[in-house]
Structure formats: structure tokens, C-alpha cells
Ligand binder design. Sequence first.
Ligand code: SF4
Ligand code: SF4
Length: 99
Amino acid sequence: MPGARYKDLESGWTITNYKKCVGCWMCITSCPFGAIERVSDGHFASKCDGCVGEDVPKCVEACKKGALKKMGIKNYSYERRLMVAKKIYGPYIKSNTKE
Ligand code: SF4
Ligand code: SF4
């Protein structure tokens, strides 16, 4: 209601202006993916903003096992389909994903 969450047209991410968040939890109840969490001590709702503006997201930087990587939605979709195709057709399918 206060317009704390908005779509960043350049990056495509949903961004939060935490100064406007009043902690009504409407976004939490409406998100079908459970991607938004209540931060009770600060009384606001927190979600990933993809570290927009950073070259490498903090979670990617912190994961020493390399389990996380930054990619656009098109590459993510492509990689997921490739993963399924490899399961079906074997490891002979080549990836041409750009980082
Ligand atoms: S809790 Fe969610 S819906 Fe409510 S003001 Fe904050 S960001 Fe907006
Ligand atoms: S560190 Fe990772 S999970 Fe946290 S906001 Fe950045 S991209 Fe999202």
C-alpha cells in the first residue's frame, strides 16, 4: 500500500524502499514462492533484490563452493532446460550459455 516495492525497469528486479515499508505483511501473504520474509525486530519485510548495481552478489561472493552464480532469467531458463535434456539424452549436449 505505501509503494515500498516497485519494479526496476532497467534490471527487471523487484526492489524495496525500506524507508517506506510499514510492515503490513501483505507482500508476504501474496507471494506464492515464499520469497519474502518478516524481519520482526526492524518491523519490515525483506526479500532478495539480486544485489542490483553490484558486479557480484554478496551470496555468490560468500559461497566458497561455487554453488551460486549470477545469471539472467533467459540463461537460467536455458540452463534448466539443458539440465533436463542432459538427463534424457546424455552428456553429449553442449552448453553455449553466456555469463
Ligand atoms: S510489508 Fe510488504 S506490502 Fe507491507 S509495506 Fe512492507 S513491502 Fe509493502
Ligand atoms: S546477497 Fe544474494 S540473496 Fe542477498 S540480496 Fe544479494 S543476490 Fe539476493
